[in-house]
Design a protein around this ligand. Sequence first.
Ligand SMILES: NC(=O)c1ccc[n+]([C@@H]2O[C@H](COP(=O)([O-])OP(=O)(O)OC[C@H]3O[C@@H](n4cnc5c(N)ncnc54)[C@H](OP(=O)(O)O)[C@@H]3O)[C@@H](O)[C@H]2O)c1
Length: 307
Amino acid sequence: MASITHADAPQRPEFISMRKQKHMQQATRTAKHKPLSDSRTLAILGAGKMGGILLQAFAHYQGTPLLELSATVQHAERAGKLGERFNIPVTTDNRRTARNADVIFLCVKPQVADQVLAEIRPEVGPNKLIISIVASVPTSYIENKLGKEVPVIRAMPNTPSVVACGMTAICKGRYATDEHMDMAKKLFSSVGRCAVADENKMDAITGLSASGPAYIYIILESLAEAGVKVGLSRELATELAAQTVLGAAQMVLKTGEHPALLKEAVTTPAGCTIDGILELEEGKLRVTLIKAVVKATQRAKELLIAK
Ligand SMILES: NC(=O)c1ccc[n+]([C@@H]2O[C@H](COP(=O)([O-])OP(=O)(O)OC[C@H]3O[C@@H](n4cnc5c(N)ncnc54)[C@H](OP(=O)(O)O)[C@@H]3O)[C@@H](O)[C@H]2O)c1
């Protein structure tokens, strides 16, 4: 059966009115919300460790129609070096950079957020999208500081995004639409996994997956040391440890099995793994990791107030 194409549509009165309606909706939207598919420019305000990682990732990303990148930092000397490295405009001028961008990433420390928001306030409106990765700062706080109907998405990425193995959680503010969320998902999925979460979970996510790489590096460092202790070269021990962590993580993600069941498959009765596990239990690894996430979550809640 032939499908109805747009070329067929004008002959049918109900189609004409539907098209008219659509056109009117689009015209209203264009006046207020520029379609995100037309977005061409992305700015990173605060291209430090995390902002710099996203900048590097997006510079190599072909998946969205975002063609132009720009960034800001605090120090002019660093701006010069970053600009040269990525061959993009990097300055210390947040306001001008925000003016020229459709999608604005806020990547400064919580203590600096107020200042940057005040600077960009005259340049933002409903036709821009702000994606904030600033820990502790709610979307409502940003919306109130800007005092306008600006679409805001809060995101919590992590540093493995630099090797396209990141984990980001996103939530939307009052004026952000599903289309804005799709755009954010697309961008963060280009550097790893992206999950949607309720905003009241963002501090917990900060304490688990944003701080998490640091915990795992300590575990990796310790496993490598252990390898050295039992006679392996440091190089081999590090490779064995890192690939083991990667493999175990992939098993959890790909099989969907509970980690306890996967652990059981490694633990032969009266074998050597159970002896290792006994040591871990005695050293309270489990409780220590839980406490680390709880503490980091508490701290994430305080950062905005502590500034
Ligand atoms: N690091 C992580 O793993 C991670 C993960 C998730 C979220 N975050 C969040 O990302 C944010 C930044 O953390 P970070 O670790 O990337 O810190 P960082 O390395 O210190 O980066 C902060 C950046 O902000 C710039 N900056 C400072 N004042 C500025 C201003 N007035 N205008 C423009 N840029 C300014 C700094 O410029 P200079 O380079 O010139 O000093 C620096 O590049 C924080 O809110 C944090 O919660 C971090």
